[in-house]
Design a protein around this ligand. Structure first.
Ligand SMILES: [Zn+2]
Length: 356
């Protein structure tokens, strides 16, 4: 729910871009060979030979000639130029596409692209040759990229409700690789999240416009509210103007991850009530210690405590579970300071304050 700064990945991610560029160049090159000499037919046996004779990086050649990739590559032979064009467009306009789907007008997922790139993503990324290729081009392996992100954000950026560590995270393709195979190894499209968000809720779904944890500060677009009159429930209010694109994007994000439903689960409701209970207890204790005698004194004390707690949470929003929910609970109390102070007054003196 918070913005993850990924600017330090800009340079390492160029190696992945270079890899796709190399594939496109190779395809264009193979295609021109057959156009030149129509007697050449490129088969999976000849493809290894041709790739080995080419000018590409040794590791690049090893990646493409081992495993199933060269067979899948055969289906892409005439598509080098179109892949290059589509990839460059999607990569360059990634942020804009997330806000406006019409930019992809005419783009259709191609089965051959899907097969090739999903195989590449699933079977090749952690192989020795791929990692060596990436390192030769000043990139970081996917594992190192993961570790670098985890240093900054150890809580799921989608739900804010699960810790992530280097053994227990899920790599989500924000725009799913089934629909956007060319973005399967585009680093900005890979979001580290918890398994529940990725594998139970998001799956292959996506909505556009959408909020993205590397681009948007999702925190700022809505607030949690709590109601405790009849039973304890959590509500959500989107704060941006209705009918705006960002409003729609927020709505889509909340729907995609079923945030309201999940925040009204027994676990999170219990967590919220405990948080609120502890908070009120700490208010009471402090007011008791300070020997307050007026509503105004109480208000000053609890407002000071709230400000301090919000400040603390702000510095930990990407490392502490439910930091957004807790911040919003504090803000709601701060907005109802009179009521809160009266209740403390009543607990301290067993009577309502005068003039109230
Ligand atoms: Zn999550």
């Amino acid at each position: 729910m918070y913005l993850i700064d990924t600017t330090d990945l800009d340079i390492p991610s160029l190696a992945y871009t270079k890899f796709i560029d190399d594939i496109c160049e190779l395809l264009i090159c193979l295609d021109s060979l057959t156009q030149y000499d129509s007697t050449i037919s490129i088969t999976k046996d000849s493809i290894s030979q041709l790739i080995k004779q080419s000018v590409f990086n040794r590791n690049f050649t090893k990646i493409l000639t081992s495993g199933k990739l060269k067979i899948l590559l055969l289906d892409l032979l005439t598509k080098g130029n179109i892949i290059k064009k589509n990839y460059n467009f999607q990569k360059t306009n990634y942020k804009e596409i997330l806000k406006d789907y019409t930019l992809l007008n005419g783009y259709k997922t191609n089965v051959a692209e899907k097969n090739f790139f999903t195989y590449l993503y699933s079977n090749t990324l952690e192989t020795k040759y791929f990692e060596q290729y990436i390192q030769t081009h000043n990139g970081l392996t996917i594992k190192d990229i993961g570790n670098r992100i985890l240093l900054k954000s150890s809580v799921c950026p989608y739900c804010n409700g699960s810790y992530l560590d280097n053994k227990s995270y899920s790599k989500d393709h924000f725009l799913p690789k089934a629909n956007f195979p060319l973005l399967s190894i585009f680093i900005n499209n890979l979001v580290l999240s918890c398994g529940v968000c990725n594998e139970r809720y998001k799956l292959e779904n996506y909505y556009i416009p959408s909020l993205h944890p590397y681009i948007d500060n999702i925190n700022d677009q809505f607030k949690f509210t709590f109601f405790e009159d009849i039973e304890f429930v959590i509500g959500i209010v989107i704060t941006s103007p209705i009918n705006s694109q960002i409003y729609k994007a927020t709505e889509n994000y909340l729907e995609l991850f079923k945030i309201k439903e999940r925040y009204n689960s027994r676990n999170i409701l219990t967590n919220s009530q405990e948080f609120l209970g502890d908070l009120r207890e700490s208010f009471l204790e402090k007011c008791n210690d300070k020997a307050v005698n007026s509503i105004n004194d109480i208000k000053i004390i609890i407002q000071g405590m709230i400000t301090q707690k919000i400040h603390k949470l702000k510095t930990r929003h990407s490392t502490q579970l439910f930091s957004k929910l807790h911040t919003d609970i504090l803000l709601q109390i701060s907005n109802n300071l009179d009521e809160e102070a009266e209740s403390i007054y009543f607990s301290l003196f067993n009577k309502f304050p005068q003039n109230h």
